[in-house]
Design a protein around this ligand. Sequence first.
Ligand SMILES: Cc1cc2nc3c(=O)[nH]c(=O)nc-3n(C[C@H](O)[C@H](O)[C@H](O)COP(=O)(O)OP(=O)(O)OC[C@H]3O[C@@H](n4cnc5c(N)ncnc54)[C@H](O)[C@@H]3O)c2cc1C
Length: 78
Amino acid sequence: MHGATILEKIKVEQVHVEGGKVRGVRTDQGIITADYVVNCGGMWARELGQKNSVGVPLHACENYYLVTEAIKDLSSDL
Ligand SMILES: Cc1cc2nc3c(=O)[nH]c(=O)nc-3n(C[C@H](O)[C@H](O)[C@H](O)COP(=O)(O)OP(=O)(O)OC[C@H]3O[C@@H](n4cnc5c(N)ncnc54)[C@H](O)[C@@H]3O)c2cc1C
């Protein structure tokens, strides 16, 4: 509605920087220029950040749940 273009099946390989400024992104289909780049790569955001030596403190973890009857000596909110 506000003029954004959504491109699918295209991989961002690195944020394109020139003269110390972000100029866009380099993709597997060429360079896309942009004044601003937002890294919203989800659990891959860290990997993408690393390409430009930017640390994104994200790490995917698997959660485990165990449902039991009450266990003696274990508090109910453990
Ligand atoms: C199995 C599973 C079940 C879940 N269930 C729930 C739930 O019930 N409720 C809930 O609230 N949350 C749930 N989540 C978590 C939820 O899916 C995430 O928190 C949410 O999707 C994160 O959104 P996001 O936009 O940050 O990232 P994502 O939705 O992960 O989107 C990131 C996008 O970036 C793209 N991308 C990554 N790297 C590149 C690149 N280099 N170039 C181009 N594109 C790239 C990816 O392909 C992806 O489309 C679940 C997650 C999983 C894995």
